[in-house]
Design a protein around this ligand. Structure first.
Ligand code: GLN
Length: 489
C-alpha cells in the first residue's frame, strides 16, 4: 500500500478500494517503525491524522472528492499549523503553538489532505544538510553500496524529503529559498518543484529571506508533485507578493510531451569540478529529450558565476531583518536578564544555533551604514542581471536542463568545517531563486555508489506547465524505480 503513488492512492480511495483510515494507519505504523532511525518528523500527530482520515472517508462515502481527500502528508515545520507546535527547527520558537494556519496548509486541508505531523528541517531553513536542526540531524534513507555510514538527506527540507522517500508520507510541503526543495529531492531520489515566486502564498510560513522564499511540494513522482502544487497554489490577499494569476491543471501538463520544445543547456553550468557521473547524466537527459522530439540548444547565462555570492548577501541580509522579531518578548523562548537589553541578548544567544547566528551577523554587516552600497545594493544590481540572463535565454528556448546539485548525498558531519564548502551545494539552484523562476528536480539515475542523482528543469515565470511536461518526459525515459536502502529488507 505504501508503494502506491499519490495518483494511484487517490484513485483507490475514490473507487473505495482503500479507505483513508487504512492508508493513514499504514503510514502511521511506518513512521512508528522508521522515524527513530531517520528523525524525519519532529512531531507526529496520529489522533488528528486519524480524525481527518475518518472525515475523508465520510466525504468519499457521500461522493464528495477534493483534490487530496484522504491523502496523508508531512508538513515542513516552517508552516504554521493551528494548535500544533511549529518550531522552524529552532530552539528560539520553543513551544510556539500558532493560533492560525498558513495559507498553503489551509489550502491542503480544504482539499481534504490528512496531516501526519511536522517534518524536521535545518534551523530557519538555513542549510543544505539538515545538520543545523535543533532537533538533531535527519538521516537519508539511502546509503552507499556496502557502506552503512549515515548520509545527509540534503536541506533545508531534509525531513520532508526523507519522509517521502522512505514511505513515511505520500507527499510533503517544503520551501525553497536557495534550493531547499530541489537539492533534498535530488539527494533522496524523489521529485520536488519550487514554483514561480508568488505562486504559493508565504502567509504563515516562517520567514527566512522574504524576496526568495517560496513553498512547493516534494513527492515520489512528477505527476504527484503537480497534483500537490495544484492545491498549494493560488492568490492570497494576505501576502502582498502573491500573484493574482489562474492556477492551471499542472497534472494534465505532465502528459503533454516535449515534441517541438526547445530545451536550453546553459554552458556556464558546466563547471570544472563537476563529477563525470553528473556530467554524463546531464548528457543522457539531453539525449532522452531529443529522442522524444525536443531540440537541444546551447544558451548562455553569463552572470551565473555571481549567483552564489550574491545569494549569500541577499539571503542573510533579509534573514537578519526577519529574525529581529525573535527577542523573547511576545512568543517563543525567553531567557531573562538584568535589563531589557540583556533579555534580548540572552534569549538570542541561547535560542539561535551557530549557522543562524552566522547569517544574522553577515546580514547585519552587509546592511550596515558604509557597507550597504558596497554589498547589499551591489548584490541587488547583480540580481537584476541574473534575471535578465534568464529573460534573454527564454527568447531562444522553452525550458532549461541542468544538474540539480554538484554531488550526490554526502556523509553526516562532512562539509561542516568550512561554511563555504556547504554553500557550494547550492550553485545550480540559487539562480532560479534570484530570478524568481520555477525549477523542478527529477530523479534521473544512480551514481556508481548507488545514490540517486537529480536533473533540474527550469522554466519561464508562471510556466510550470512546460516544466512539468519536460520533467515528466525525463522521468518516463529514466524509469527511476530504485528504492532507498532502508526499505531493502
Ligand atoms: N542551502 C541554502 C541556504 O542555506 C538554501 C536554503 C533554502 O533554500 N531554504 O541558504
Amino acid at each position: 500500500m505504501l508503494d502506491l503513488s499519490l495518483a494511484q492512492a487517490r484513485a483507490a480511495l475514490r473507487a473505495r478500494k482503500l479507505s483513508a483510515r487504512e492508508l493513514t494507519g499504514a503510514y502511521l505504523s511506518a513512521i512508528d517503525s522508521l522515524n527513530e532511525r531517520l528523525n524525519a518528523y519532529v512531531l507526529v500527530t496520529p489522533d488528528a491524522a486519524l480524525a481527518h482520515a475518518d472525515a475523508a472517508d465520510a466525504s468519499l462515502a457521500r461522493g464528495e472528492q477534493g483534490n487530496l481527500t484522504g491523502i496523508p502528508l508531512a508538513i515542513k515545520d516552517l508552516f504554521c499549523t493551528r494548535g500544533i507546535r511549529t518550531t522552524a527547527g529552532s530552539r528560539i520558537l520553543g513551544n510556539f503553538i500558532p493560533p492560525y494556519e498558513s495559507t498553503v496548509t489551509e489550502n491542503l486541508l480544504r482539499d481534504g489532505a490528512v496531516f501526519l505531523g511536522k517534518a524536521n528541517m535545518d534551523e530557519f531553513a538555513m542549510g543544505s544538510s539538515n545538520m543545523t536542526s535543533a532537533f538533531g540531524a535527519v538521516t537519508n534513507p539511502w546509503t552507499r553500496h556496502g557502506d552503512n555510514r549515515p548520509l545527509v538527506p540534503g536541506g533545508s527540507s531534509g525531513g520532508s524529503a526523507a519522509a517521502v522517500a522512505a514511505r513515511l508520507a505520500l507527499g510533503a510541503t517544503a520551501t525553497d529559498t536557495g534550493g531547499s526543495i530541489r537539492q533534498p529531492a535530488s539527494f533522496c531520489g524523489i521529485a520536488g518543484i519550487k514554483p514561480t515566486y508568488g505562486r504559493c502564498s508565504r502567509w504563515g510560513v516562517v520567514a527566512f529571506a522574504s524576496s526568495l522564499d517560496q513553498a512547493g511540494p516534494l513527492a515520489r513522482t512528477v505527476e504527484d508533485a503537480a497534483i500537490l502544487l495544484g492545491s498549494m497554489s493560488g492568490y492570497d490577499a494576505k501576502d502582498s507578493t502573491s500573484a493574482n494569476v489562474a492556477v492551471p491543471d499542472f497534472a494534465a501538463a505532465c502528459a503533454r510531451g516535449v515534441k517541438g520544445l526547445r530545451i536550453g543547456v546553459p554552458r556556464e553550468y558546466r563547471s570544472d569540478g563537476m563529477p563525470p557521473e553528473i556530467e554524463a547524466l546531464w548528457q543522457q537527459g539531453q539525449q532522452w529529450l531529443r529522442e522524444q522530439g525536443a531540440a537541444i540548444v546551447d544558451v548562455s547565462l553569463p552572470h551565473t558565476k555571481y549567483a552564489l555570492a550574491t545569494y549569500y548577501i541577499v539571503a542573510p541580509a533579509e534573514a537578519s531583518s526577519n529574525l529581529a522579531r525573535y527577542d523573547g518578548v511576545r512568543f517563543g523562548l525567553r531567557v531573562d536578564g538584568g535589563d531589557l537589553g540583556e533579555l534580548y541578548e540572552n534569549t538570542r544567544a541561547e535560542g539561535f544555533g551557530a549557522e543562524v547566528k552566522r547569517r544574522v551577523l553577515i546580514g547585519t554587516y552587509v546592511l550596515s551604514a558604509g557597507y550597504y552600497d558596497a554589498y547589499y545594493l551591489k548584490a541587488q544590481k547583480v540580481r537584476a542581471l541574473i534575471l535578465k540572463d534568464f529573460t534573454d535565454a527564454f527568447q531562444h528556448c522553452d525550458a532549461l536542463l541542468t544538474p540539480t546539485a554538484p554531488s550526490a548525498a554526502f556523509g553526516q558531519g562532512e562539509k561542516m568545517d568550512d561554511p563555504v564548502t556547504m554553500y557550494l551545494n547550492d550553485v545550480f539552484t540559487v539562480p532560479a531563486n534570484m530570478a524568481g523562476t520555477p525549477g523542478l528536480s527529477v530523479p534521473a539515475g544512480l551514481d556508481a555508489q548507488g545514490l540517486p542523482l537529480g536533473l533540474q528543469v527550469l522554466g519561464r515565470p508562471f510556466d510550470e506547465e512546460t516544466v512539468f511536461a519536460v520533467g515528466a518526459a525525463i522521468e518516463r525515459a529514466a524509469g527511476f524505480s530504485a528504492r532507498p536502502s532502508i526499505l531493502a529488507k
